[in-house]
Design a protein around this ligand. Structure first.
Ligand SMILES: Cc1cc2nc3c(=O)[nH]c(=O)nc-3n(C[C@H](O)[C@H](O)[C@H](O)COP(=O)(O)OP(=O)(O)OC[C@H]3O[C@@H](n4cnc5c(N)ncnc54)[C@H](O)[C@@H]3O)c2cc1C
Length: 407
């Protein structure tokens, strides 16, 4: 029992410090600029690639930590710098999760390094599930993948929306697309496909202007008779065919192409939300000690001091849930109570609440763009929406704890 510890080990502390320095020295100084410009921060991505932070080697090193915590620590620090820029770097890992969650070892070895490229030839990746009429309801995808047996190719048609890094063609971009092979089987008739960079027929539709995380590119992806080789079906055709056969016979299965990816990535998305919350908490704590009203620092009022106490407590409790889910995921523990969803739900809602409190503590200064706090609030809101809205996370938890398929 004496082995239990919540202390970070030396490797984790070093990695945390390294990424924190990058966030403080490279990301923060340009955060407001990219928020205004609403453009992908190529110079930051390049710098991260130059020092090896944006690379498959780094990500596999984070994944390898047997406690599962390193990737969460990295995500929190990057988002502490700027969540939009963090997502420009981490968006690629969504595509990677799609490959790792569904691919064979050979497919993982072939495609994952291509998602990052090298410092001399930076690549990106995107994970395209959501559609105009299927966001929360991912079982209802309209994008179709049809097998052309004569050519051993899959032909994909449809429109994806809200896709992080979607359709960017400035650098080679690996798209992982979830499509329906047999719509009658809903989620169990879906599969994930790698669409290699430069494949004809894949293009960017509308690029969205957003409330927050503006440095992160979000766009529609149009798939018009996109043809990919048979081996681009993640997991392979044999596995898909047998899964669909089992579904047609009415046998139960727990695997859905999109859902297995989300399970793995939700705690890390929660860790990003924590980074925003911590940034706002730290800033408003210092501000409250400096700012004077009625002849004393505003923190000397319980109304402000208690707010900061609650902010710190909420952030720490959310972090414990995130770290628990990361540890469980890495150590093969089953999420019997929706622990992955719980971590993302709590961290997302804490980030929205904490950043709003921070605005209140800064008063008028919290509301204007000269100060960073209003941006953190705008950035935080997406964390209750993407990778499953807060309502959907509650649904996952409620179903897990009750065993009832609550609609
Ligand atoms: C900036 C950004 C980046 C994104 N990046 C990606 C990406 O890289 N890849 C990708 O595939 N998608 C991405 N998304 C899509 C995102 O995951 C979806 O927006 C999200 O899943 C919600 O889907 P929706 O917008 O269609 O909302 P809807 O599903 O239409 O939901 C609308 C509202 O109804 C509620 N609701 C729906 N069903 C239920 C229910 N059964 N019970 C209770 N409430 C319910 C929802 O919680 C929500 O409040 C991104 C979105 C944004 C905005």
């Amino acid at each position: 029992m004496g082995d239990f510890t919540l202390d970070l080990n030396e490797d984790q502390l070093q990695m945390q410090q390294w990424v924190h320095d990058f966030a403080a020295n490279v990301i923060r100084p340009v955060a407001a600029e990219y928020d205004e410009k609403e453009e992908t921060p190529w110079d930051v991505i390049q710098e991260a690639a130059n020092i090896g932070l944006y690379s498959w080697e780094a990500v596999s090193n984070w994944f390898a930590d047997p406690t599962g915590l390193t990737f969460a620590l990295v995500s929190e620090e990057l988002a502490w710098g700027c969540a939009g820029i963090a997502l420009s770097l981490m968006g690629t890992t969504l595509g990677v999760s799609g490959i790792v969650g569904n691919g064979t070892p050979e497919q993982i070895a072939e495609w994952v390094p291509q998602c990052f490229g090298t410092a001399d030839d930076v690549h990106l990746a995107a994970f395209a599930v959501s559609e105009p009429d299927a966001g929360s309801d991912v079982s209802n995808l309209r994008t179709r993948a049809v097998y052309d047996e004569a050519k051993d190719e899959w032909v994909i048609n449809g429109t994806k929306t809200w896709i992080t890094n979607g359709g960017i063609d400035k650098v080679p971009n690996v798209h992982v697309v979830v499509a329906s092979v047999d719509p009658a089987l809903k989620g169990r008739g879906q599969a994930s496909f790698v669409v290699p960079p430069g494949t004809p027929g894949l293009s960017m539709g509308q690029k969205f202007k957003k409330m927050g995380i503006k440095a992160s590119h979000t766009a529609e992806v149009v798939l018009d008779d996109v043809r990919v080789p048979g081996h681009c079906l993640l997991g392979g055709k044999e596995k898909l065919d047998s899964r669909m056969a089992r579904a047609r016979e009415g046998q139960s299965s727990r695997v859905q192409a999109a859902m297995s990816t989300f399970e793995a990535s939700r705690p890390l998305v929660g860790a990003q939300a924590l980074g925003i919350a911590r940034a706002a908490y730290e800033y408003s704590l210092e501000y409250a000690k400096e700012r004077k009203a009625f002849g004393r620092a505003i923190i000397e009022n319980q109304g402000i001091a208690f707010k900061l106490a609650d902010m710190k407590m909420e952030i720490d409790s959310a972090r414990l849930l995130v770290h628990r889910a990361c540890w469980m995921g890495r150590n093969g523990k089953e999420f019997t109570a929706g622990e992955g969803s719980m971590s993302k739900l709590k961290a997302g809602e804490v980030a929205v609440w904490v950043t709003e409190q921070a605005i209140q503590i800064l008063g008028g200064y919290g509301y204007v763009r000269e100060y960073p706090v209003e941006k953190w609030h705008r950035d935080s809101k997406i964390y209750t929406i993407f990778e499953g809205t807060s309502e959907i996370q509650r649904l996952v938890i409620a179903r897990a704890i009750s065993g009832i398929r609550i609609p």
